[in-house]
Ligand binder design. Structure first.
Ligand code: NI
Ligand code: MN
Length: 225
């Protein structure tokens, strides 16, 4: 499993011969100017919620690739009205076996509406099982006790927001690691906007002190799991 950070909450995961793209927000991200959105040809796009900083490039990439979009049912309806027909609607607690592995949609504590103000259902996270590994992509979320439901999932990696202000910050993300019983974290949702600029060295130190491993990838860089 190869995980590539494309800035903010956008990750590309290559696994079982398929390419998954999470929360595409690239062309409007000042830090991701070197990423060519037209070079992305995923098989699947997983969308956590309807905010523009998670889906600004979704339509472009979906049209370039005909990727199947996996998202909550309410957003699938909205995307369908935009002419996107390759959709897989899910809802909380539900899992589905795709050709690359299993996706389970889990709760995220945040808000959600579409860029045009339409109802976006509730924000979500995903647990992905593929190639014998299990990863948790939390989406935008606060620390929430529901995370304890993941404690026995034997997660190999958690992709957690750490930027504070709109989501949990590093201190709550460290508590989240206890709830989900996972020591291996890739951080997301930091530095993109002035209010979520963080001290990265300090965040790494805090995780290390708690016996956890926080990886902060350069935009465009990859990690093998
Ligand atoms: Ni959001
Ligand atoms: Mn966001």
């Amino acid at each position: 499993m190869k995980i590539t950070f494309l800035g903010h909450a956008c990750f590309q995961v290559e696994t079982a011969g398929k390419t998954l793209l999470f929360d595409p927000f690239i062309t409007h991200n000042q830090l991701a100017k070197h990423i060519d959105v037209n070079s992305l040809k995923p098989d699947y796009i997983l969308l956590s919620h309807g905010h523009a900083d998670h889906m600004a490039d979704l339509e472009t990439i979906q049209k370039n690739s005909d990727a199947k979009v996996i998202c909550i049912a309410d957003i699938a309806g909205w995307l369908g009205n935009k002419g996107i027909t390759n959709l897989h609607a899910m809802n909380f607690g539900g899992g589905f076996n795709f050709d690359f592995g299993r996706v389970k949609m889990v709760y995220a504590l945040h808000s959600s509406s579409m860029p045009d103000g339409a109802y976006g259902g509730n924000p979500a996270g995903f647990v992905i099982s593929s190639e014998g590994k299990k990863i948790y992509f939390a989406g935008d979320t606060a620390l929430t006790l529901d995370m304890k439901l993941l404690a026995d999932e034997n997660l190999d990696l958690a992709i957690l927001p750490i930027g504070d202000n709109y989501t949990m910050g590093a201190d709550d993300a460290i508590k989240a690691c206890g709830f989900i019983n996972c020591k291996n974290v890739i951080g997301m949702h930091y530095d993109t906007f002035p209010v979520i600029v963080i001290d990265k060295a300090e965040a790494k130190q805090k995780f290390e002190k708690a016996g956890l491993n926080l990886t902060l990838l350069e935009i465009g860089a990859s990690e093998e799991l």
